[in-house]
Design a protein around this ligand. Structure first.
Ligand code: KIV
Ligand code: ZN
Length: 504
């Protein structure tokens, strides 16, 4: 079977999803898991855009071994120099440089004529190629570009040293049949195409990103740019899990292989969802709660008689462990650590004790601790570290005949701050009390409560989205107490705002 290279851009394009920004530690944790999942290339960030992005690329280059580490750059000197510097410690560094090639982007955004664009692309690629051994080039908005111009541009960047040509459907405009033909036409229309491989990068504005990616592969693309859970700019990118499982299930007409260990798909998806605080929709293919649930009697009967009647793949094949091992107070440190490892949760030595204490506390409250609880614990822990604010205490007074009142104590810079407030309900009262301490002007855009695991003692997972200074910050918290989970989520979103402020 021919090999397809998986280029994961969750940390770059994925992080461009509104509300999905990640801290340094969260990026590092996710990158380790992406390596474990088996992606070939990790796009770690856009280094010139902020010191935080630069640092993410350097930390990941230094500590995540196995995949190629790519950094994004426009075709201008300062971007290319920053990209090269940020990935210098990677075993296999790659610069991914881009410039727009569609008439609409060249005229209105770049305000450059086509010949200048070719010259900038050529110079940028040549410069990058002098600094790193591997260069990828993307003509942005390729699918709305004129084919003869695109072919000329691609030919000149291959001449200048690019060995991966990525064709982005930047605005998610293409449809599968057309996109496949477009890829074929580029391969046939560029005389030196044998010196490079074709990659595709599809956005999901029409819900066609995975279909377009598959169509491109059938027509000659050998690298695919994808993200976990399909996150990315606007409606997102092609979802890694959907693309990989489509090839896995339909080997008969898609005879290609990847380096992905499909059994790590579910863990990776949960980890990302916990880190960025975006719940996975129940009906999401492969990783949603309902993806393998059979509701109708006829379906249940069929599956019991012969699984394949209604299942085209097994939950185990994507790492959804049917047994979902349950831990409790008596599992001990050894059992706890072992399960974290099996779930692909990479916890640093210094963090394990505090995490174990929280696990004990949780198992006191809820007796049975499920995998989902562990994901929630680890991502909460990652969110707590290096945080500006930390929730120390809260108390509420509420009832159907009293005015809800919340009191909170927040730690900031080793000092304790206490405030109280009334509100429309207990959650609102706690949020208002926190606002009094931080003095940050927030607008609550979204508030979602979700039970992590079944049963009356379930952990509640709360996601809040706050609008602060015209940017959305998503926070995430979990606890067996919904008010506590809400306060943690709120503080988490405020911490993301502080991190963003400090990094930009
Ligand atoms: O969508 C896009 O065009 C991009 C490029 C930078 C590859 O993300
Ligand atoms: Zn993109």
């Amino acid at each position: 079977m021919e090999r397809i290279y998986t280029f994961d851009t969750t940390l770059r394009d994925g992080e461009q999803s509104p509300g999905a920004s990640m801290s340094m530690e969260q990026k590092h944790e996710l990158a380790l898991q992406l390596a474990h999942l088996g992606v070939d290339i990790i796009e770690a960030g856009f280094p010139v855009s902020s010191p935080h992005q630069f640092k993410a690329c350097s930390v990941i280059s230094e500590s995540v071994k196995g995949p190629t580490i790519a950094a994004l750059a426009r075709t201008v000197d300062k971007d290319i120099e920053a990209a090269a510097e940020s990935i210098k410690k990677a075993d296999k560094p790659r610069i991914h440089t881009f410039i727009a090639s569609s008439p609409i982007h060249m005229e209105y955004k770049l305000k450059k004529d086509p010949e200048t664009v070719i010259e900038m692309a050529r110079t940028g690629v040549a410069k990058a190629r002098n600094l790193v051994p591997e260069v990828e080039f993307s003509p942005e908005d390729a699918t709305r570009s004129e084919l003869p111009f695109l072919c000329k541009l691609v030919e000149s960047v291959i001449d200048a040293g690019a060995t991966i040509i990525n064709i982005p459907d930047t605005v998610g405009y293409a449809v599968p049949e057309e996109f496949g033909q477009f890829i074929k036409a580029i391969m046939e229309g560029v005389p030196n195409m044998d010196k490079a491989i074709i990659s595709v990068h599809c956005h999901n504005d029409l819900g066609l990103a995975v279909a377009n990616t598959l169509s491109a592969v059938k027509n000659g693309a050998r690298q695919v740019e994808i993200t976990i859970n399909g996150i990315g700019e606007r409606a997102g990118n092609a979802a890694l899990e959907e693309f990989v499982m489509a090839m896995f299930v339909r080997k008969d007409i898609l005879p290609f292989s990847t380096g992905i260990n499909t059994k790590q798909i579910y863990n990776t998806s949960r980890l990302l969802s916990n880190i960025i605080g975006f719940p996975i929709p129940r009906n999401k293919p492969i990783v949603g709660d309902n993806a393998f649930a059979h509701e109708s009697g006829i379906h249940q009967d069929g599956v019991l008689k012969f699984r394949e009647t209604y299942e085209i793949m097994t939950p185990e094949s994507v790492g959804r462990d049917a047994s979902n091992i349950v831990l409790g107070r008596h599992s001990g440190m050894h059992g706890f650590k072992k399960r974290l490892g099996e779930l692909g949760l990479h916890v640093e030595k210094e963090e394990i004790d505090s995490l174990y204490q929280r696990f004990l506390h949780l198992s006191d409250r809820k007796k049975e601790v499920y995998d989902e609880d562990l994901f929630a614990l680890v991502s909460d822990e990652l969110g707590r570290q290096y945080a500006t604010y930390s929730l120390q205490y809260f108390n509420i007074l509420s009832g159907n005949t009293s005015v809800p009142t919340g009191t909170v104590i927040i730690e900031k810079d080793n000092k304790m701050f206490e405030e109280a407030s009334t509100g429309d309900g207990p959650v609102d009262a706690v949020f208002r009390a926190i606002d009094r301490i931080t003095e940050i002007n927030t607008t609550l855009k979204d508030y979602i409560v979700h039970a992590v695991t079944p049963g009356k003692q379930a952990m509640g997972e709360v996601t809040v989205s706050l609008d602060i200074e015209d940017r959305i910050y998503t926070g995430h918290g979990s606890s067996t107490d919904i008010i506590e989970a809400s306060a943690l989520a709120y503080v988490n979103a405020l911490n993301r705002f502080e991190t963003f402020k400090n990094n930009n």
